[in-house]
Design a protein around this ligand. Structure first.
Ligand code: ADP
Length: 403
């Protein structure tokens, strides 16, 4: 079964085509980028054919996805061989605690949730609509960034706000990066040879966006991102946690418009705001050259992660493993070691050499908590869910009388 994974954003559409029959093989991946701009292009990369880039004007999502399907048709794996499409949808709200087959009801619920994620959901929905139009008869599945965290208890997801705001307007913590957190948590459990349900695990997704999740009983019980992806850790350009009065101060005292304040917190803060570089490789390079702002930015970034690990260890009432993933988590032994340094008090000790070598388990053999590095694969999670839901649906349909 060939599954196409689509991540439709406002100006780009990323895709990966997997052969899920009898294994999990990536056939081709690529993206349509700068949609709506004159210098738009389409790029693909397959193990068999290598990289290919073509400049072409892609005025909208329809033309971009059409170009993607045409490219697939010309390649080794034809578009006619797409048996299902899995869509990354950022916000599932409280309506979705798992991936779903998309029908008219689901489309309606997705549109309602668009209010909660105005920056992401409308582009995600557009991707679904275009696929439904261009590939009639091919089932579409929605996989949500938020679904994993629907298992959080009220004490974790409620803010200290008037309850009506939650009941009437859905203002609560939702959490994001769910597909990444569950993938690395399950992989970690597998590497340790134990069911995830028996482990207390903290997963740290440290990429451009950063979040951290606490797992016990196989479920997410708390996570650092909130109502939006702005809450929690200090990120490439997002502030993470701050006194909400700061946002009001920006508007009331400094005269920023609401949109300007939103941009400042999402696009000009975090590492970028603290030291003028958003990419952790640049921040580390500057810090090593003696740049004090970069050194402080790393301290702030690391300290925030440490506070969350401490808090989640308390929430979990213990800890078996800390897992690092995404660009920074997978590649920076320096950040991993710095983050874990104080946790010697928990009996967690790092093997410096294994850490430098990027080994899956890099804690010392006598450490009471495992320290692990696991590369994430969000697209594979989407492909797996899509494949499973389509297979289940096909079986159910064929078991019905006359089905
Ligand atoms: P995204 O959230 O966009 O998927 P990634 O998971 O690719 O992002 O992470 C991007 C981040 O990873 C950037 O800050 C980048 O600097 C960082 N990164 C990648 N490689 C390294 C490395 N070797 N050392 C430190 N940071 C790294």
């Amino acid at each position: 079964m060939n599954i196409l994974v689509v991540n439709s954003g406002s100006s780009s559409i990323k895709y990966q085509l997997f052969d899920m029959g009898g294994g999990e093989r990536l056939l081709v991946k690529g993206m349509a980028d700068r949609i709506g701009l004159e210098d738009s292009y389409i790029r693909s990369d397959s193990p068999s054919k290598g990289e290919d880039r073509r400049d072409m004007f892609l005025p909208d999502h329809h033309s971009a996805l059409k170009a993607v399907f045409d490219t697939l048709q010309q390649g080794a794996a034809g578009a006619k061989d797409i048996h299902g499409v899995g869509h990354r949808v950022v916000h599932g709200g409280e309506a979705f605690s798992a991936s779903v087959l998309i029908d008219a009801h689901v489309m309606e619920a997705l549109r309602q949730n668009a209010e909660l994620a105005p920056l992401h959901n409308p582009s995600n929905i557009l991707g679904v609509e275009v696929c439904r139009a261009l590939l009639p008869g091919v089932p579409n599945v929605a996989v949500f960034d938020t679904a994993l965290h629907q298992t959080m208890p009220p004490r974790a997801y409620l803010y200290g706000l008037p309850l009506e705001l939650y009941r009437n307007r859905g203002i609560r913590k939702y959490g994001f990066h769910g597909t990444s957190h569950i993938y690395v948590a399950q992989e970690a459990a597998q590497r340790l040879g134990r069911p995830l349900a028996e482990l207390k695990v903290i997963t740290c997704h440290l990429g451009n966006g950063c979040s951290i999740t606490a797992f016990t009983g196989g479920r997410s019980i708390d996570t650092s991102m909130g109502f939006t992806p702005l809450e929690g850790l200090v990120m490439g350009t997002r502030s993470g946690d701050l006194d909400p009065a700061v946002a009001l101060y920006l508007v009331k005292e400094l005269g920023l418009s609401a949109d300007e304040a939103e941009d400042l917190l999402n696009k000009e803060s975090g590492l970028q705001g603290l030291c003028g570089a958003r990419d952790m490789r640049d921040v580390i390079a500057r810090a090593q050259q003696g740049d004090e702002a970069a050194q402080t930015a790393i301290e702030v970034f690391v300290y925030r992660i440490q506070k969350y690990i401490g808090a989640y260890t308390a929430a979990l009432e213990g800890l078996d493993a800390v897992v690092f993933t995404a660009g920074i988590g997978e590649n920076s032994a320096y950040i991993r070691e710095k983050v874990l340094k104080p946790f010697v008090y928990l009996g967690l000790t790092v093997d410096g050499r294994r850490n430098e070598e990027g080994r899956t388990i890099f804690s010392r053999p006598d450490s009471s908590v495992y320290a692990m590095t696991i590369p994430t694969d969000e697209e594979l999670v989407i492909a797996r869910d899509t494949c499973e839901i389509i297979t289940r649906h096909t079986h159910t349909a064929s078991e019905r009388p006359g089905g």
